[in-house]
Design a protein around this ligand. Structure first.
Ligand code: FEO
Ligand code: CA
Ligand code: CA
Ligand code: CA
Length: 825
């Protein structure tokens, strides 16, 4: 333990046992004459390492070991990846100058305040216990003698060092002890200097210049310190780009919605507000004096709404099925809607994704008579049967300006009085949604580009595979509906790292996202799988297909669901987000849940293996109500591969459910959860994203919410195949049973802990951090969902600071660790 030494000023390599200088070792001084503290005082230098907030052994005046938050001079200590370590050197006042800390051995770290008595650093990511050496030096003002003291800090691999939070039904965001939540950016917050503060009573207007509702997928885009341009590494000033998936319509108006959109038209002002509360926002945020806030007046602030003009790019641009009265050439459209998860690409743009868009469209009860068989097949497959009423009834609005078609377009019924191709009505408007939409967060003047090469589905997200120079760019996407598929886009072009900092970011998007091969996943019972290319003319993807008469590649990309049906892809338990393990390239896919109606007892397969009951009070919930997380490893760890292996990393379940057949991951009270949705690996720019990356899992659940509000967990997963094969017995309603073989990942144990529980009625979705991992941004979506002006069911975010009143608002929170360490570790 005693590594402190005195030196005549010569620097050594830190190996104290080979120090040959004729100096007195501190321990000798202690033994010969002094108590340790007296020795320290007499010498004028002491070192201590303070590890996080833990108390380590220290020496008092009488040389007794006590716990007072410091350790005695020269003592060594241990910590783990991502935790902050404070190195404390002390000198007698007035006696010494030129104090400094330096690192003498081990993986290099950044020492903060190295020229002062007290320095600190963040423990780096390590695979095994690794010693780091540090030396404190101080020069005597009187004699010029330099004394030094060495400390060794041994860093261990990442652990989830926080205490799991309990399940909760409280109306507040709960995080572990030692963490702080700051509400940063709420629905309705103004995004320009002249926009009034949000009254939050239903009277507010102009959501085109306010934060939208239902915050969802989100990513941090760094700015330079001056706030003028992109700088990826900044941790204190940046832009948050985020989705506003949907609305809690009741709270948006003084007394809830007016009109039903069928027998009573909706008022234009209400519909406009509801439309503009959807879409995307870009907002500048800063940390000043240790406190996060958003910049209302930033020139970067932006709203993209369902009314913003967008461009179509890629193979579908200009296709006959894209023609509308707004864009007779089929090259432009208006806006984006139901933006759920997202993607980030290394050239610095935001890929917003259009998920449950079909429900917004109205279609007359006799529209089939005006449609071809092809059109009817496609409309039904995508969920817009004739007679669909259209959420929120926007199409019923009679606008003050009769030429304004922004409401009319939500009715896709064919108007037989207009030209047959659809250039005079909005019969094709639905084909404008379901895409991946690339937005440049740094340039509010650029129109978003819909990247049609990636296909049209209920697009949950568009998360990239591993980035390898010279290897093709890949994008993974879940199609979020029960029984839908997992897709992978493989760019025609190989990644060139020189493109990462290009000035014209959307032009780089053109290069990688407008040309490539869309594939769909088939999961085999033996733990292997294959990516099936969706290429017109190959296999069944021809005009002769009994599923759908495909016309060309654009037709395949407008209808990937039908193409995947034809190819025999594997129907999944509602594919949600994907996340990529940066080092291994493994893909994690949340499968949020499924029910007995859409996937009966005999409908399981190895990748979607469970069928059981999770009773909620007296109500049975059969199927896979709690969901699971599948992971796959591409063959050769190469994201271009068309084959892979897979297992099921984790199964959601209440810890009270049957351990043999349901709670397959042996969850307990610290980590039981249901319906995973958001999933994201910590950034590789800090220790939480390196070597053994931290995985964040968010829930969008309705099956377990009698026990706990929605939550976010932290995990340290292993590798595909770290568990083993298992055969379970499923049970259907009526008691029928069936066996199913599958592959279950290793039991997570303490490598999975509940980190956050949200307020009442919320979903937790959207997570990112600053590059250093020391601030985590999390979105709280639709608190108080199901309530309304006369039945306010949550007061969050007001409740976060003790105010139990006011309408609820979706919001972004910033979570920081009180000691400054990396969040989660
Ligand atoms: Fe919007 Fe699939 O969650
Ligand atoms: Ca989601
Ligand atoms: Ca969901
Ligand atoms: Ca939602």
């Amino acid at each position: 333990m005693q590594d402190l030494e005195l030196s005549g000023g010569g620097y050594t390599d830190g190996d104290v046992d080979t120090n040959l200088s004729a100096n007195t070792h501190l321990s000798t001084l202690i033994e010969s004459r002094y108590s340790r503290r007296q020795a320290i005082s007499g010498i004028g230098a002491a070192t201590a390492a303070v590890f996080g907030s833990s108390l380590l052994a220290a020496c008092d005046e009488d040389n007794e070991v006590v716990d007072d938050g410091t350790i005695g001079a020269g003592q060594n200590g241990t910590t783990t990846t991502g935790r902050i370590v404070q190195l404390i050197g002390q000198t007698l006042t007035g006696s010494f100058g030129q104090v400094s800390w330096e690192q003498t051995s081990g993986p290099p770290v950044t020492l903060t305040n190295a020229g002062t008595p007290n320095a600190s650093f963040i423990a780096p990511a390590v695979a095994a216990a690794t010693p780091l050496g540090f030396r404190f030096s101080a020069r005597s003002v009187a004699t010029g003698q330099v004394v030094t003291a060495d400390t060794t800090v041994t860093v261990g691999p990442a652990v989830l060092s926080f205490n799991a939070v309990a399940k909760s039904l409280a109306d507040i965001v709960t995080v572990p002890a030692g963490y702080t939540v700051t509400v940063l950016y709420r629905g309705g917050d103004p995004l320009a200097a002249n926009v009034p503060a949000f009254a939050n009573d239903g009277t507010d207007t102009n959501f085109a210049q306010r934060a939208g509702d239902h915050h969802d997928g989100m990513y941090w885009y760094g700015l330079n310190a001056a706030g003028t341009a992109r700088e990826d590494s900044n941790n204190e000033r940046g832009l948050l780009a985020m989705n506003h998936e949907n609305i809690t319509e009741n709270y948006l108006h003084p007394n809830g919605q007016t009109g039903n959109g069928t027998t009573v038209p909706r008022p234009e002002a209400e519909a406009l507000k509801e439309i503009e509360a959807h879409g995307v926002s870009v907002v500048e945020v800063r940390r000043q004096g240790g406190t996060w806030s958003y910049n209302q007046a930033s020139a970067f602030n932006r709203r993209i709404t369902p009314n913003t003009v967008v461009e179509f790019n890629g193979p579908v641009r200009g296709n006959a099925q894209m023609r509308t009265a707004f864009s007779p050439g089929g090259t432009q459209g208006r806006g984006t809607i139901n933006n759920c998860a997202f993607g980030f690409v290394l050239w610095g743009t935001f890929l917003t994704c259009e998920e449950n868009w079909a429900g917004y469209f109205r279609r007359s009860a006799t529209d089939n008579a005006n449609r071809s068989a092809r059109e009817i097949t496609a409309l039904n497959r995508y969920g817009i049967p004739q007679g669909a009423s259209g959420s929120y009834g926007w199409a019923s609005v009679t606008p003050a300006d009769a030429t304004n078609t922004t409401y009319r377009r939500w009715n896709i019924s064919v108007d037989p009085a207009t030209p047959a191709g659809g250039t005079g009505d909005y019969r094709n408007e639905h084909n404008h949604f379901g895409w991946t939409v690339e937005c440049d967060p740094y340039d509010p003047t650029r129109a978003p580009r819909k990247r049609t090469a990636l296909g049209r589905i209920n697009r949950e997200g568009a998360w990239h595979g591993q980035w390898v120079a010279g290897r093709k760019v890949t994008i993974y996407s879940g199609d979020d509906a029960r029984g839908e598929y997992l897709y992978k886009f493989i760019s025609a072009n190989a990644w060139n790292p020189a493109d990462a900092q290009a000035a014209d970011r959307l032009a780089i998007g053109d290069k990688y996202l407008d040309n490539g091969t869309l594939c769909v996943a088939k999961f085999n019972a033996d733990g292997t799988g294959v990516w099936l290319p969706l290429v017109f003319g190959q296999g069944p993807l021809t005009a002769a297909s009994p599923v759908f008469p495909f016309q060309d590649q654009a037709d395949v990309l407008i209808h990937p669901r039908l193409a995947a049906d034809a190819l025999g892809a594997t129907r999944m338990d509602r594919p949600e987000w994907t996340a990529t393990h940066y080092l291994t390239g493994e893909i994690y896919l949340t499968l949020t849940n499924n029910n007995a109606t859409l996937r009966p007892l005999n409908g399981t397969d190895a990748a979607n293996p469970r069928h059981y009951n999770d009773p909620r009070g007296a109500t049975n919930q059969f199927g896979n109500p709690n969901g699971h997380i599948l992971r796959l490893r591409e063959t050769g760890d190469n994201s271009e591969s068309l084959t892979f292996t897979w297992d099921n990393y984790l199964f959601g379940a209440g810890s009270d459910l049957n351990a043999t057949n349901i709670n397959l991951s042996s969850l307990d009270a610290t980590n039981d959860f249901s319906s995973p949705d958001g999933i994201w690996f910590a950034r590789p720019t800090n220790p939480s994203g390196l070597i053994n990356p931290l995985l964040w899992i968010q829930t969008d659940d309705g099956a377990f919410t009698d026990v706990t509000n929605n939550q976010m967990l932290a995990a340290l997963p292993g590798r595909t195949g770290d568990g083993g094969a298992r055969t379970i017995t499923n049970t259907g309603s009526g008691g029928a049973t069936a066996t199913q073989a599958t592959f279950v990942g290793a039991v997570p144990g303490v490598k999975l802990k509940r980190f956050m529980v949200g307020p009442k009625g919320c979903e937790i979705t959207g997570v990112d951090s600053t590059p250093d991992g020391r601030t985590l941004f999390v979105n709280i979506q639709h608190p108080g969902e199901g309530g309304g002006p006369t039945n306010i069911t949550s007061n969050w975010p007001q409740s976060q600071t003790g105010q139990a009143s006011g309408r609820p608002r979706s919001a972004t929170v910033a979570v920081t660790k009180d000691d400054g360490g990396v969040v989660g570790l």
